[in-house]
Write a protein that binds this ligand. Structure first.
Ligand code: 1CP
Length: 359
């Protein structure tokens, strides 16, 4: 009987054939400190780039996510322009909802909006089966992207179940997430069913991207910071663990990021992440301490400082690098997404600076 493990990724995958295995991103996520630093930006594709606005001209957001050639082109734009060390797949956390047949749209200037919010046991029971979702458009877009990326890794992503469920319960963006926070206590069984459904959908979305060629993945729990630590652990983390479990057999790093999560970092790590993204509120040395000192980190340049004079921003970036040096590995990023009015040249300059500073 052979003791050799069956490869869980296909032979032509960039991690299997070695293209991305020793890239700065993969090294940092393994906790290695050799070679140059890795840097990319959440929301690096998008409205800050004139070439993005041109490519999207007259095409709806969800439609552009589901056109493989367009999704691939938009994913590649910031890599060509900024020379970042990773591409993030151009899509959205609600794309799998649309593929599942849920009536969701992304309204310009607002965000995801659902025709029919999901609030009761009957609403959850009526959700379409996750097993039947066809991710062909996603797989095709990932394959096109990876064929162009060469040695630069692609990061696949999905929404964490809490953040996805927050949009489903509210029916759109909200500030305080009162709807989901009420539901988890008022009807815990329905909440568990909804977040389990969302976990399986996001897990399948992640798996489709990874199998088609993504070299790492990130679960975005953008709104987890609206929960107390106790509620996060009891009502959100189990479903995030369920989403991560869909890809835990694949030899890829798993990042977990949210905002306002200073008190949640150990629980986010314990949910099955191999590295943790930190928002701009908590210095990375303190984040590393809270995580026991042995978890690779990602973050956490304050997006507000992208609009500050270069000298101010440069000092801040250097401080982020110094504090990040405390962690076993550090992927430089923002503490949340690129604001739409950011001057793209500032991002290019940050990449140059990060690549110049030895580690
Ligand atoms: O470059 C990239 O990062 C790629 C693409 C990407 C990602 C990773 C998009 C494109 N969306 C996302 C994830 C996403 N979508 C998150 C998690 C990341 C984060 O916190 O920023 C969230 C919360 C969403 C939901 C969403 N989609 C919002 C936020 C609404 C709110 O509640 O405040 C918005 C505005 C969208 C639309 C969207 N998604 C992506 C883009 C480029 C846009 C804007 C498009 C448009 O308005 O036409």
């Amino acid at each position: 009987m052979s003791t050799e493990a069956v490869p869980a990724l296909p032979p032509e995958h960039p991690l299997t054939d070695g293209r991305t295995a020793d890239s700065p991103l993969l090294r940092a996520l393994r906790g290695e400190r050799t070679g140059s630093r890795a840097v990319w930006f959440m929301r690096q594709a998008g409205r800050s780039l004139p070439e993005y606005r041109a490519a999207r001209e007259g095409v709806g957001m969800l439609e552009s996510c589901l056109r493989p050639d367009l999704a691939a082109e938009i994913t590649l734009q910031p890599v060509r322009r900024h020379h970042v060390d990773a591409a993030i797949f151009f899509s959205d956390i609600v794309v799998p909802l649309r593929l599942a047949g849920v009536d969701v749209d992304i309204v310009a200037g607002r965000g995801p909006v659902l025709d029919t919010p999901v609030r009761t046991a009957a609403d959850v029971a009526a959700l379409p089966s996750v097993d039947d979702v066809d991710f062909t458009a996603i797989r095709d877009a990932v394959r096109l992207t990876v064929a162009e990326l060469g040695t630069t890794p692609l990061i696949g992503f999905a929404g964490a179940p809490f953040t996805l469920a927050a949009y489903m319960v509210e029916g759109g963006p909200s500030r305080d997430h009162l709807g989901p926070r009420t539901l988890m206590h008022a009807d815990p069984e329905t909440w568990r069913a909804l977040t389990s459904w969302a976990a399986d959908l996001s897990g399948a979305f992640l798996r489709a991207q990874l199998e088609a060629g993504a070299s790492a993945c990130q679960l975005f729990d953008s709104w987890a910071g609206s929960l107390s630590a106790a509620d996060y652990e009891a009502q959100a983390a189990p479903a995030s663990a369920r989403a991560f479990a869909h890809v835990a057999d694949l030899p890829v790093p798993r990042l977990h990021f949210g905002t306002g999560t200073s008190e949640l970092l150990p629980a986010m790590h314990a949910a099955g992440a191999t590295a943790v993204g930190v928002d701009y509120r908590l210095p990375l040395d303190e984040a590393s301490r809270r995580l026991g000192g042995d978890v690779p980190l990602q973050g956490n340049i304050d997006p507000a400082l992208l609009a500050a004079p270069w000298e101010v921003l440069e000092e801040h970036v250097r401080d982020v690098l110094r504090r990040g040096d405390v962690a076993p590995g550090h992927v430089v990023n923002l503490g949340h997404g690129v604001p739409p009015h950011t001057d793209p040249d500032v991002l290019t300059r940050i990449v140059e600076l990060v690549h110049e500073v030895p580690q």
